[in-house]
Design a protein around this ligand. Structure first.
Ligand SMILES: [Zn+2]
Ligand SMILES: [Zn+2]
Length: 163
């Protein structure tokens, strides 16, 4: 089944290598770092507050609700997942200083790498191995954005004016 990519800026149907799916590296590395810091602090706090229990040889977290909430609230510092974007080359705001269409500072791939369902699954597997994958909104945004209602195929970001 085909996947059609549309530029999120001009809604143009992007074909071949004329556009990219991309996310800002600096942003997801930063989120990744904060997420790890928070996890470390939460682990330390869980131990301090005596919330770690061993049940059947497995470590579990449990105990006083107000303590659990206090630990959970540390996660408020983690920024929202970094958005994947889909742009045609003309609308791509991330051109490199030397003016070629290379998407400087992004993790990117050209839209034709995900032109069907099998390729999308393969990319997802590949991306899933990255330590920062969960710092992007792939599952919250890219996957739900695939419009399965079109009989001819799947779409990244259906155009706003679609009839
Ligand atoms: Zn465009
Ligand atoms: Zn970019």
């Amino acid at each position: 089944m085909r996947i059609y990519a549309y530029c999120q800026e001009c809604n143009r149907h992007i074909t071949g290598k004329e556009g990219v799916v991309h996310a800002r590296e600096r942003d997801f590395y930063k989120r990744s770092q904060i997420r790890r810091e928070v996890k470390r602090e939460q682990d330390a706090m869980n131990r301090e507050l005596g919330l770690v229990m061993v049940i059947d040889g497995e470590e579990c977290i449990g105990g006083d609700m107000s303590d659990l909430i206090k630990v959970g609230q540390l996660a408020d510092r983690i920024p929202a997942p970094v958005a994947w974007e889909v742009h045609c080359d003309e609308c791509n705001p991330h051109e490199s200083p030397d003016g070629d269409s290379y998407c400087g500072g992004c993790y990117w791939f050209s839209v034709d790498r995900v032109s069907n369902w099998a390729e999308l699954v393969e990319w997802q597997r590949h991306l899933g191995e990255k330590s920062w994958f969960e710092d992007t909104n792939w599952f919250d945004h890219v996957i739900p954005d695939l419009d399965k209602s079109t009989p001819s195929g799947l779409r990244f970001r259906p155009p706003v004016s679609a009839t």
